[in-house]
Design a protein around this ligand. Structure first.
Ligand code: GLN
Ligand code: ZN
Length: 753
């Protein structure tokens, strides 16, 4: 009989209870006791969901007030010196969010997910110091709540150090032995909690290309950890990709089990072969922890059968492909979602797991209810045929695609554009959005809820656009934007107007700390029934004699920030999205818009974890960007924007996108990174952000002038645009106005010099 496990459960709460409790505490409205009370209820509820679904191994220590990496930092005492003297939640939240004296710790993306973790900050002389209190308390809490079959989750020492940064140029991995000694102490303490203790140690760093460099560390470290106590069993957990290098080591070690992802890594044949000749237990991740669609349980059972050819039943656990942190909680609140039958959020995935266990172990479904397996089969069948999903016109249009390039080469285009636009040198512009004021949000919300008429909504939005234009003209910017007042989010705005998209009411996923996102659901063949931005942009253009820049989100970014159907290759879906943007560009230029920006903020995010998969991603990402902009005539200038500047590895790919102008972040990362544009002989024009919009600080004229002069040392005047480093929607007008005025003044000084 195969048993089941769940890698981890989300913690923000199905109605974002933890978010609201935290934010009210941070605002000084409630005590920390209130947050603890909410946390206790949430943990209990989440364990109960899993107990009800008969999960055989339930996670403990997957709860966190902010982030599990941060919890690990506290557990092992790796506190950066600037927080010395603080303790308890004061210390914890100061590290996460900063305080009056110290900046917060850095945050970055957890592998290729949209979850962000706190980056440990180490130095040569860091001293680790175990504090097991949170873990021990949570284990006891789970027992009291009726969890009989707990596994304790920890982030592994190798991953922890591999994801750390150091403040003094030392190598974080030099601390591996010292840190492991603390893990030894921790395991010794945990071993006393029960007759048998199962510990899941997450080592996802081994699904990346760093596995080759790190694999040799597994056996020495983990043999030590596995030998601490006879009653402790260790699972070496991985997810998001294959972990072949690690498997080859784990089979030689004293580790009890290994967890592998059978959703995102194809067949795992190499791993299965290695494991079949060992005594290791396999935790097979089969239910997708990264996506929201109903699982094809019969197909999953087939995969289990294939696994069983290598691994006998009693050495097999089946479960989720990763923590359910990355999917929303439950469909319970989705009353108006037409595509509900095709979805499975966290709680529904627990039921799927229960059904799958029945399917693979044999036995009847009476106990669970046979209607559930029938509902699963009928959902899978209807996804194949439903007209909501399958649109023959879209399919045919994609099949007959032949043109992916603009008709005119860049060198020709730019000449035509320069001659018609007549812009000054070092043209100034912004990235698109202007401050999103509370009034603006209120207007959009009121309109959404039909509390105000279309006319009054439109007149409010137009008023905002008018003000925005007036300011930009007075300020002296060269290429204007309308300010994006009608958009709450750069992907949702487009998704809402595309056929093939749906929106959940409550499908929140934690992004970091108390912040959640609600990704749109791309469930069917995608098309654009009507123009999406043309009315607003042409209105804006009609109010100024300067060039108004059209503003679109690119296909790759729309794809990377949505939950995307899993019944069709992403590269195909990306083409459908590209055609929607293609049509929009065509309409914009017909309406007289001369410059169009296609934002690809999430282009780099989509990069695969393994280098063998990079060429395929780059090909489809570049192809579909090019496809979307090839509607543009030679005289229509295409801009793109990306929110980062680490282009060293991908500069040729960026160039191949063939945008006429790219604006990027550089204010924070410095001009060093820009040199790559020079050294590869990058052809197209570049707008490196001249100030950091992520801070409320107003940059001075001198500072910006100095930054522009520094840019001019790297790139020629004729190739440069001057702009802030991202959209201004998160800033306030009193910050934005003087900052942009200073930017324009700085440019004028340099033009005259
Ligand atoms: N045009 C968008 C804006 O200005 C770009 C946002 C982004 O790059 N994340 O808000
Ligand atoms: Zn940006």
């Amino acid at each position: 009989m195969s048993k089941s496990f769940v890698t981890g459960f989300p913690r923000i709460g199905e109605q974002r209870e933890l978010k609201f409790a935290l934010e009210s505490f941070w605002a000084g409205k409630t005590s920390f006791g209130e947050v603890e009370k909410v946390a206790t209820e949430l943990k209990k509820r989440h364990w109960n969901y899993q107990i009800d679904a008969k999960v055989d191994l339930i996670s403990v220590n997957d709860f966190s007030y902010y982030d599990l990496m941060l919890d690990n930092i506290v557990t092992f005492g790796a506190i950066p010196p600037r927080f010395a003297g603080l303790s308890g939640y004061d210390l914890y939240f100061s590290m996460a969010r900063g305080n009056a004296n110290s900046v917060a710790m850095e945050m970055t993306k957890w592998f290729n997910t949209n979850y962000h973790y706190i980056v440990p900050e180490l130095s040569r002389d860091v001293k680790f110091n175990l504090d097991s209190s949170k873990i021990v308390a949570e284990y006891k809490e789970a027992k009291e709540a009726g969890v009989k079959n707990a596994k304790i989750n920890l982030i592994g020492p190798i991953t922890f150090l591999a994801l750390s940064k150091t403040t003094d140029g030392s190598n974080a991995l030099d601390h591996l032995d010292a840190l492991s000694s603390e893990y030894v102490k921790l395991i010794a303490e945990l071993s006393k909690l029960d007759n048998e203790i199962i510990i899941q140690i997450d080592e996802p760093i081994f699904v990346t290309d760093r596995a080759a460099e790190l694999a040799s560390k597994i056996v020495p470290i983990y043999d030590t950890l596995a030998s601490v106590a006879d009653n402790v069993k260790i699972i070496f957990m991985t997810y998001f990709e294959h972990a072949n290098e690690a498997v080859a080591q784990v089979v030689k070690s004293k580790i009890w089990a290994i967890g592998l992802d059978f959703v995102h890594a194809a067949c795992q044949e190499e791993a299965l072969k290695l494991l079949s000749n060992s005594d290791k237990v396999l935790f097979a991740g089969l239910i997708d922890g990264r996506n929201v669609w109903v699982s094809n349980l019969d197909a999953k059972a087939e995969i289990v059968n294939k696994i069983k050819a290598f691994i006998p039943d009693e050495r097999l656990y089946i479960g989720t492909s990763c923590s359910l942190l990355h999917v929303p909680y439950t469909l319970k609140y989705e009353e108006n979602l037409s595509i509900k039958e095709w979805l499975a959020f966290g709680v529904e995935k627990l039921t799927e797991l229960r059904l799958l266990k029945k399917l693979v172990n044999g036995g009847d479904f009476c106990e669970i209810g046979s209607s559930l397996i029938e509902a699963n089969r009928s959902a899978i069948a209807s996804r194949k045929t439903s007209e909501l999903i399958n649109d023959i016109n879209v399919q045919n249009r994609v099949k007959s695609l032949t043109k992916f390039d603009r008709d005119t080469a860049y060198e020709e285009r730019i000449k035509i554009q320069k001659a018609t636009f007549n812009l000054p040198e070092l043209p100034t512009t912004t990235i698109g959005s202007f401050p999103q004021t509370p009034e603006l949000r209120q207007v959009r919300n009121a309109y959404k809820k039909s509390l105000i008429t279309k006319e009054s909504y439109e007149s409010e939005i137009k008023k905002y656009i008018d003000d925005c234009i007036k300011f930009q003209e007075e300020c002296g910017l060269d290429v204007l934007v309308h300010g994006e007042p009608e958009r709450n989010d750069m992907v949702e705005y487009f998704g809402e107007q595309l056929k093939g998209y749906a929106f959940s009411a409550n499908g929140w996923v934690q992004s970091y700390g108390s912040r959640c996102v609600k990704p749109p659901l791309l469930f069917g063949d995608v098309s654009r029934p009507a123009p999406m931005t043309v009315d607003w942009i042409t209105y804006a253009q009609s109010r100024t004699s300067k060039i108004m820049k059209g503003m679109l989100t690119g296909p790759v970014t729309i794809l990377n920030w949505s939950f995307v159907r899993d019944d069709k290759p992403r590269s195909e879906i990306a083409k459908e999205l590209a055609l929607c943007i293609y049509d929009e560009i065509d309409d914009l230029q017909k309406a007289g818009i001369k410059i169009i920006q296609v934002d690809e903020a999430a282009f780099k995010e989509g990069y695969p974890l393994r280098k063998e998969n990079i060429p395929a991603y780059e090909k489809f990402a570049v192809d579909c960007f090019k496809l979307s902009v090839c509607a543009a005539n030679a005289s229509t200038q295409i801009h793109t924007h990306m929110c980062y500047s680490e282009f060293n590895d991908i500069i040729k790919t960026i160039e191949a996108m063939d945008a006429d102008v790219i604006s990027i972040e550089t204010a924070r990362s410095g001009n060093e990174l820009l040199k790559i544009f020079k050294s590869v002989g990058y052809k197209q024009e570049v707008g490196p952000g001249v100030y950091d919009i992520h801070s409320p600080r107003i940059p001075t004229v001198e500072e910006i002038a100095a930054q522009i002069n520094a840019l001019l040392e790297v790139l020629p005047k004729s190739q440069l645009w001057i702009n802030p480093d991202c959209g201004l929607k998160t800033r306030k007008w009193p910050e934005v106005k003087p900052s942009l005025e200073n930017m324009v003044k700085a440019v004028k000084i340099i033009r005259m010099s």
